[in-house]
Design a protein around this ligand. Structure first.
Ligand code: ADP
Ligand code: TRP
Length: 326
C-alpha cells in the first residue's frame, strides 16, 4: 500500500525551542512510520532574515543536527535542503503569475510586518508562494505545523486549486495541515506563546544551567504559600503539563488547589523534569556533531532524491502551461 506523503520544513534561523519541538518537530518523528516523510530545511525562506554566508552555512548544519538528534531517520525520512532543488523557485515564479497582490496582502505574516512599519522585502511578501511550491511539488497529503502556519497551508491549497482550474488539469493535490490540538500553542516562560520573537523560550537542547535560568525567570504571583492557587493560571504549571508525568502532575495539581506548594519547589520539580527530558536529546546531538561528513552526506543524498521527484513534477507543469515544446 502506498503511504501518504507528509511534508514539512523549518527555517534554519536559530536554536529550536520546545514550542518548535512539540508544535512541529516531534510530529515529524512520530509520523515517520505511518507516512512517507519529507522534512526539509527552508534555507531560501531563511534568506529573508539571514544574509551572511558563514551564518547561513552554520545554521543549515545545526538544523540538520537537530533533526537527526530528535530521531529523524534518513532511511525513513527524506531530509534535504530547499536550495538543492531549484525547481522550488521555478514553481514559485509560476505561482506568482496566477496570484494577486491583494491576496498576498491578507497573509498574517505580511500584515504583522506591515503593522510594525517594517520595510518589507519582496521575499517576505512572497513567502506563501515559495511555501506553496515546497508543498505542492511533491503531491503532499499532510503538512504538520503549529497553529501559526495554518494560513500558509491554506494558501497552498488555494494556489493548487487555482492552478488546476486555470490550466484545466488536476496537476496539484490539495494538502491538509495537521495540528496537534493539545500542544497547539506551547506557552513560554511568561505564559504567552513561546516564540523566538517574544524572548520567552526554553531551548530544546538547553544545558541544565540554561534550563534552570529560564525556569527561575518565570514570573509568578505573590500569594502566600498556603493560599490555594488555580494551576491553570500558573505559568509554571502550564509547563508542568508538558513535562511532568501524570501521577506527579495529579499530585501537584492538588497541592496547587489546596495551597502549600511554593513557587520555588514547583520550579525545582519542573527543572528536574525538563532536564530529564532534554538530556538524552542533548547527548545524541553532541555525539552526532562529531561527524560533519555524515551530516553533509545525509543532506546531499536527500537533496538528490527530492530533486528527482521535483524534476518529474516540473515536466508536467511545464507541459500543462504550454512552455514545453520538445
Ligand atoms: P518562532 O515563533 O519561535 O519564531 P517559528 O515561527 O520558526 O517559531 O516556528 C517553527 C515551527 O514551530 C512552526 O511550525 C510553528 O508553528 C511551530 N511553533 C513555534 N512556536 C510554537 C509554540 N509556542 N507552540 C506550538 N508550535 C510552535
Ligand atoms: N513557513 C514555515 C515556518 O516558518 C517553514 C516552511 C517553509 C514550511 N516551507 C514549508 C513548513 C512547507 C511546512 C511546509 O515554520
Amino acid at each position: 500500500m502506498n503511504k501518504k506523503i507528509l511534508l514539512s520544513g523549518v527555517k534554519p534561523t536559530g536554536r529550536p525551542h520546545i514550542g518548535n519541538y512539540f508544535g512541529a518537530m516531534k510530529q515529524f518523528v512520530d509520523m515517520q512510520e505511518e507516512y512517507q516523510n519529507m522534512i526539509f530545511i527552508a534555507d531560501y525562506h531563511a534568506l529573508n532574515f539571514i544574509q551572511d554566508k558563514e551564518e547561513m552555512s552554520k545554521q543549515i548544519i545545526d538544523l540538520t543536527l537537530d533533526y537527526l538528534a530528535i530521531g529523524l531517520d534518513p532511511q525513513k525520512t527524506l531530509i534535504y535542503k530547499q536550495s538543492d532543488i531549484p525547481e522550488h523557485t521555478e514553481l514559485t515564479w509560476i505561482f506568482d503569475t496566477i496570484t494577486t497582490m491583494p491576496y498576498l496582502m491578507r497573509a498574517h505574516a505580511y500584515k504583522d510586518a506591515e503593522s510594525k512599519n517594517k520595510e518589507i522585502n519582496v521575499g517576505t511578501f512572497n513567502y506563501p508562494m515559495l511555501m506553496a511550491a515546497d508543498i505542492l511539488m511533491y503531491d503532499t497529503d499532510v503538512v504538520p505545523v503549529g497553529q501559526d502556519q495554518k494560513q500558509h497551508v491554506e494558501y497552498a491549497r488555494d494556489t493548487a486549486q487555482k492552478f488546476n482550474f486555470i490550466f484545466k488539469k488536476e496537476v496539484f493535490k490539495l494538502p491538509e495541515s495537521k495540528i496537534l490540538d493539545t500542544v497547539a500553542v506551547v506557552p513560554g516562560t511568561d505564559g504567552q506563546k513561546m516564540s523566538k520573537s517574544n524572548g520567552n523560550t526554553i531551548e530544546l537542547f538547553a544545558t541544565t544551567e540554561e534550563i534552570t535560568k529560564a525556569v527561575m525567570s518565570i514570573p509568578t504571583d505573590s500569594k502566600p504559600i498556603d493560599e490555594p492557587r488555580n494551576p491553570e493560571e500558573d505559568n509554571v504549571f502550564k509547563l508542568h503539563k508538558l513535562f511532568t508525568k501524570s501521577d506527579e502532575l495529579f499530585a501537584l495539581r492538588e497541592r496547587y488547589q489546596k495551597g502549600g506548594i511554593s513557587h520555588k519547589e514547583s520550579k525545582e520539580i519542573l527543572i528536574k523534569n525538563i532536564d530529564t527530558f532534554i538530556k538524552p536529546l542533548r547527548e545524541k546531538r553532541e555525539q552526532l556533531a562529531q561527524d560533519t561528513d555524515f551530516i553533509l552526506d545525509v543532506l546531499k543524498e536527500g537533496g538528490k532524491r527530492a530533486k528527482l521527484k521535483a524534476e518529474k513534477k516540473m515536466e508536467i507543469v511545464r507541459e500543462v502551461i504550454g512552455v514545453k515544446l520538445y
